[in-house]
Design a protein around this ligand. Structure first.
Ligand SMILES: [Zn+2]
Length: 210
């Protein structure tokens, strides 16, 4: 059991990561990852589906370590991104802030507006319901997603960014808001490498290239 961070996700968002892990890896393998992460107490005992802020960020940081322990840095990265993508679909796209996205009025907006509003919706969910404060910054050709207190970087020191789960989650949120238009997401700064906070760059891909 990792030492507490003092920062929390609501149970519903945390639960989405567990459900996603089962879907991406299968229940048996997911159990191995939980054991490798020191999260045995959550085996067959996922967080409840409610909005209480009770799921410690330290557990999500441990989960990243568990994936790397079993699959190495590269394998862990791919799995974490897949888990993030499924977690968005399972746990976040039904929040009120994301619901307007499927409305015809939203669908007729220009692509850059769709992306901006979609990212703002996601940022609002994290900032309002969890201790992961998230802000969107518009740039001329891209958006920056600023994440303070990334759960996946909490307590980590690495020479590379570690928040692949959030990268995957952002990718799937963009896929959802734009109806599958090609976009590019990369974590360009990470708290784990000594940066003040994590920053993800989001670009629209017009020709298949960033
Ligand atoms: Zn990070």
């Amino acid at each position: 059991m990792p030492e507490s961070s003092g920062f929390y996700y609501p149970n519903r968002i945390a639960r989405a990561f567990f459900v996603a892990m089962d879907e991406v890896m299968g229940v048996g393998v997911a159990r191995n990852v939980l054991q490798a992460a020191g999260l045995d107490e959550y085996i067959n005992n996922y967080p409840p589906d409610d909005m209480n802020r009770q799921f410690d960020f330290a557990n999500l940081a441990a989960f990243t370590v568990g994936l790397e322990k079993l699959y190495g840095v590269r394998g862990g990265l791919g799995l974490a991104m897949s888990i993030g993508r499924v977690a968005f679909a399972k746990g976040l796209q039904d929040f009120g802030a994301m619901r307007g996205v499927k409305h015809p009025a939203f669908q007729s907006l220009p692509l850059d507006k769709q992306i901006e509003i979609g990212l703002q919706g996601l940022a609002t969910i994290f900032t309002n319901f969890s201790d992961q404060e998230t802000f969107i910054e518009s740039q001329s050709d891209s958006y920056l997603v600023h994440v303070h207190n990334s759960p996946f970087a909490w307590g980590h020191q690495q020479d590379y960014p570690v928040c692949h789960t959030l990268t995957g989650l952002l990718q799937e949120s963009l896929n959802y808001t734009t109806n599958g238009k090609p976009t590019f997401v990369r974590e360009i700064e990470c708290g784990a490498t000594g940066a003040d906070h994590c920053i993800f760059k989001v670009k629209i891909l017009n020709d298949g290239h960033a």
